[in-house]
Design a protein around this ligand. Structure first.
Ligand SMILES: O=C(O)CCC(=O)C(=O)O
Ligand SMILES: [Fe+2]
Length: 220
């Protein structure tokens, strides 16, 4: 794949691996704009958006804020323990509804009805930010992860469940795209290699990349 050229090619809905479904252009521009506005609000608290410091002292280049449950390495908390200690904002009903719609779009209406996300991670990537290969595995159960991308496009690497190495697939995630990974792909390694500055749609009034993941923690 030559970065940025995906825009010239058809982008069909695709099951990238068993249980991992990419639905391009799932959110229309109006809903993208609404979500960007909500992200601006969520970024300001009660817990502030911040860069996570890892146990080895490394600081993530992505900035993030949590809703419902606060994610920090490698657990969830009801308080923002590494970001001032504020109580975490409640998980918004609107995101629950959106999550169900997303799972229905990926797996069908029955799966959608069963989906009860209770945590969201909102990630902001500036032009230099990226995210190393990792598993989302602080959750106690294997309900699917719903990922929504807004703003600048990125190269997303979706790997395998065994390790950080090949096989993997590199997929361009564009503003409005939905990616759901569950079932046999729920614990697949994944990461963001880079963003593709200059690719945000003009209409959404935002440069930089936002990603919202919805999860079910299986806690409390
Ligand atoms: O930004 C993305 O597309 C992926 C984010 C992610 O993997 C995470 O927050 O765990
Ligand atoms: Fe992740």
């Amino acid at each position: 794949m030559i970065p940025g050229t995906d825009a010239l090619l058809p982008r069909p809905r695709r099951e990238v691996a068993a249980g991992a479904v990419h639905v391009p252009d799932w959110l229309g521009e109006h809903r993208q704009r609404e979500l960007v506005e909500l992200c601006r609000t969520w970024a300001t608290g009660p817990a502030l958006m911040r860069s996570v410091t890892m146990p080895n002292g490394g600081v993530m280049s992505v900035r993030s804020v949590s809703l419902g449950w606060h994610w920090l390495p490698y657990r969830y908390s009801r308080t923002a323990d590494d970001a001032g200690g504020a109580a975490v904002a409640p998980f918004p009903d609107g995101l629950r509804a959106l999550g169900r719609e997303a799972v229905a779009a990926a797996y069908g209406p029955d799966e959608g009805d069963r989906y009860e996300p209770d945590a969201a991670l909102v990630n902001y990537y500036d032009a230099d930010a990226r995210m190393g290969m990792h598993q989302d595995r602080e959750e106690r159960i294997n309900a699917p992860v719903v990922s929504l991308s807004l703003g600048t496009a990125c190269v997303f690497r979706f790997g395998n469940t065994e390790n950080r190495n090949r096989p993997w697939q590199d997929i361009e995630l564009v503003s409005g795209d939905l990616f759901v990974f569950g079932g046999p792909s729920r614990f697949a390694y994944h990461g963001v290699l880079r963003t593709l500055p200059g690719t945000a749609p003009e209409g959404i009034g935002f440069e930089g990349r936002l990603n919202i993941t919805l999860r079910r923690t299986g806690l409390g």
